[in-house]
Ligand binder design. Sequence first.
Ligand code: GFB
Length: 311
Amino acid sequence: MDKTDKIYVAGHRGMVGSAILRRLEREGYSKIILRTSDELDLRNQNKVQDFMEEEKPAYVFLAAAHVGGIGANDKYRAEFFYNNLMIEANVIHASYLSGVKKLMFLGSSCIYPKMANQPLKEEYILTGPLETTNEAYAIAKIAGLKMCEYYRHQYASNFISVMPTNLYGSNDNYDLEKSHVLPALLSKFHTARIENKSKVEVWGTGAPKREFLHVDDLADAALFLMQNYDEPGLVNIGTGKDISIMELANLIKDIVGFEGDIEFDSSKPDGTPRKLLDVDKLDRLGWHSKIELRQGISEVYSEIQNMKVLA
Ligand code: GFB
């Protein structure tokens, strides 16, 4: 990828897309194409095809997606399914039609079977049933990565798929109903400290384990793979380490400086018991995560404390 190649970052206002954009700008890529969802509805096939024909980008980062935490995934299954399927089908097919040199599709670790062996190797995909709360999103993401695989098989398109673990960082969503656990807990503990509350409610039992990667690390890995990986087959992107939700809650409690209690609400779903990615493949390719969890969360907390994103 040359500094003057035309690069389309789909979803540049989201947490992932904005991190990839910051990274590309920092590296001096000068022809980055962007469209907000108001300017271009990626679910509209004709509009996407017209846009790609007109702009003819050489590289595409497909980071546009309808995302959310366990609550939103579970409640809005139809929206998660339809929006993601349409975005992927339109962008991937239009990339093929307009002669894109290389496309990167970003999936998610929830594509792996709920009870798969840990850590999750790339070849475990489609070897067992999925977690119900995010099955709709996972099936849409599996469709996207399979689409890349099929276009590579039939048309020799250089379309690659990467599977990031749970992400956090700048431009996250702090809406308590729809967000992921890490921003939700930052918001809850912050509010509790400011309002002198005695306890904070954490969903589920606290037993599930999750792996958290800073989105700036993800962007670094995405650029690395765009430059260095042209093979068939998925690539997991993670840290190779996970912690329980109870440990995460205690860590965030400590970072925020809240002194009250943590109360688990087991009427809320736990979701997948564990989804630790096997990062051997990425390791062998030569990329490793750099941002340590406590440091990453502390940086996010100082960044957002004075912004109006917290409840
Ligand atoms: O981050 P999260 O929503 O995503 O939840 P998943 C992770 C765990 O944290 C679950 C618990 O066991 C939740 O019950 N948790 C505790 C909370 N307190 C909270 C809270 O206040 N808010 C939230 N949201 N969780 C999503 C998938 O799964 O992760 C998506 O639904 C996607 O498909 C994404 O893969 C990365 O890791 O469970």
